[in-house]
Design a protein around this ligand. Structure first.
Ligand code: F6R
Length: 247
């Protein structure tokens, strides 16, 4: 594991964006596994900025997103499809047919998940997987207790995740209770994993995930076993790490 402590959210975003840029420059037709949520917004802003300056080209890049709410179609403003368009894709030159997000509008979980795994396989797997982490240690929507050996599947969201994501909806009751998510197996098969975390609310779970026991109780803890994991934290998210890692 390579651990990088940044001194602010902006610095974390820039450092993570640098690593994604390097991937795109080294392999222009790479497959990026991308995440939604508050944490990567700054990363996407930075990548858009470099794209506008002519430093990055996404023409051959494929993006395969981590997850989507069950029941929300592309046009829904809280769907992850919509999020990715608004925060990233509509600002860069990625091709529309190179963008993949699980189809939240399709209630047939078996078909959605089987086809999503086939898409990942057909593209030769994910070169670089960007991840945020939930306060309960989830990655993608793999909540505590999720089996490590699953591919894409449908999950029921934990109450803490629904509460955390309520900020994007009119009320807690509007947050979908189910999602499609890449499984831990899919994530672990990515060639490189880039985990980012920001803010004091993530400090304790970051320590548990990176330095605690590897257990399905903390899904992100499996990342300790990944052969090419880079973690970029802002100052606040690194607050609980053992001192030798923050110096
Ligand atoms: C998003 C995702 C989630 C988030 C996590 C952290 O696609 O899969 O695992 O990464 O919930 O969310 P934020 O960044 O909003 O704290």
């Amino acid at each position: 594991m390579k651990l990088i402590c940044a001194n602010s959210y902006q610095d974390m975003s820039r450092k993570a964006a640098n690593l994604i840029s390097a991937q795109v420059i080294m392999k222009p037709n790479c497959v990026l596994g991308l995440a939604t949520g508050g944490t990567p917004e700054g990363v996407y802003k930075q990548l858009i900025d470099w794209y506008r300056k002519g430093d990055l080209d996404f023409d051959q890049v494929t993006s395969i997103n981590l997850d989507e709410y069950v029941g929300l179609g592309h046009e829904h403003e809280q769907s992850y499809w919509y999020f990715m368009q608004k925060h990233f894709f509509e600002h860069i030159n990625i091709r529309p047919d190179h963008i993949f997000v699980p189809d939240g509008a399709n209630p047939d979980a078996e078909t959605v998940c089987r086809e999503y795994d086939q898409i990942i396989q057909r593209h030769g797997g994910i070169d670089l997987q960007l991840l945020g982490i939930g306060v309960d240690g989830h990655i993608g929507f793999n909540e505590p207790g999720a089996a490590f050996e699953l591919g894409t599947h449908r999950v029921r969201l934990q109450q803490s995740t629904i509460k955390a994501n309520q900020r994007y909806f009119a009320s807690e009751a509007d947050v979908p209770v189910e999602a499609y998510t890449m499984g831990i197996k899919t994530i672990m098969q990515a060639h490189k994993v880039l985990l980012i975390a920001s803010g004091p609310a993530k400090a304790a779970i970051v320590r548990e995930a990176l330095f605690g026991p590897v257990t399905p109780r903390v899904p992100a803890s499996i990342l300790q076993m990944h052969p090419d994991l880079t973690v970029v934290l802002d100052h606040e998210a690194s607050a609980c790490l053992p001192a030798e890692f923050t110096a």
